[in-house]
Design a protein around this ligand. Sequence first.
Ligand code: UDX
Length: 445
Amino acid sequence: MRMTVIGCGYLGAVHAASMAELGHDVVGIDVDEAKIAALASGLPPFFEPGLPELLDRALATGRLRFTTDYAEARGNAVHFVAVGTPQQPGALAADLKYVHAAADALAPVLTPGDLVVGKSTVPVGTARALAARLEGTGAVVAWNPEFLREGFAIEDTLHPDRLVYGLPDEPDSRDLVRATLDEVYAATIADGTPVVATDLETAELVKSAANAFLATKISFINAMAEVCEAAGADVTQLADAIGHDARIGRRFLNAGLGFGGGCLPKDIRAFMARAGELGADQALTFLREVDQINMRRRSRAVDLAREALGGSVLGRKIAVLGLAFKPDSDDVRDSPALNVAAQLALQGASVLCHDPRAIENSRRRFPELSYVATIAEAVRDADAVMVLTEWNDYRELDPVLLAEQVAQPIVIDGRNCLDSAAWRAAGWRYRALGRPREALVPAFA
Ligand code: UDX
């Protein structure tokens, strides 16, 4: 099938390459010439494991092209819209300017019967508004939200937990769109992926609800971490214990610095804003609490550093290990780790930052911070080491060797990702969010 993918960021680039992998003939369109040039030469402008290989394969078959020219979308049966929906500056709501611009640029090349499929995360009601905006072109609008996680984007696209189709109201058109989307995803569906076919509004809301639930789960365990800290209990053991209940589940119960990235924070804020517009703001006031619990974790990490260093970080040398909002990503959008590093620097600490992938992006945001290329440089003579993103490089550090390099063996585990017993045994003062100062009874597996 011939298709267009508009917007070639994390979502669009991965979607375009994955669709080509499924055998479709795909043209990726973006207004950013540098991005298009990079993708066309097989070099994604961001780090996503497996994507360079997938791009190479797809480009070599000739089934995938990238362009800035919307005219190349002409004649394609399906046009995916995968542009960004960032938070509006100074407001909670999502900014839809890229969605509108994409629709307006696409409109002149649409032919009656074309299918425009939204993938971006949008406020409920956007699909219907877009259909009205494209009235006169004869195109039909559907919504097919994407649930991919950075770091697992290809796996999540090719083997999603479910496919969600938001279909138009009119029965004939609904059946036609359903059949087209089934054809697009034939290989995925053949693998047993369930399809939930519904109306436009429900499909849009599925995405907002899923993100709100995930954010709530993380803030729930971080709220428990606050109580554990006050009571001298251990949130990691608590999470293991409640996670054994299948109704709760252990995934997304990792307490620590909380959630960041280009999706969860802005999506829960946009969801609250949209509910407010719809007169249902009371239903989502709890998300404000979810957001606040999340933001408090960052300050708590800074407090922990201050406490561990005797009341002030002024003039103290702190090694920050990890800047990306999560491992296997170079993304620092709303990164808790980068935020903590910046707060420490503001309080007068001498901060040396390391990350396996995210230094370039971090430097662009915070040029005033100091970045080093190796862990050894970061920790040399440090008064404290803070692990703020749970990269394997840090999990696998040898606490015995590291202890010899620092000025004093103080470690703050912002992601509860280190083996606390091993670090303590190597002589470190180990501090973590939501865990007691001293080791409790070791958990039995
Ligand atoms: C998220 C959703 O998972 C995905 O379905 C949606 O499409 C986009 O948003 P992503 O932002 O890539 O994906 O990252 P995710 O793996 O969900 O992690 C989000 C943040 O939560 C990270 O900062 C991560 O460190 C944090 N997190 C996650 C926790 O603090 N604790 C956990 O237990 C899990």
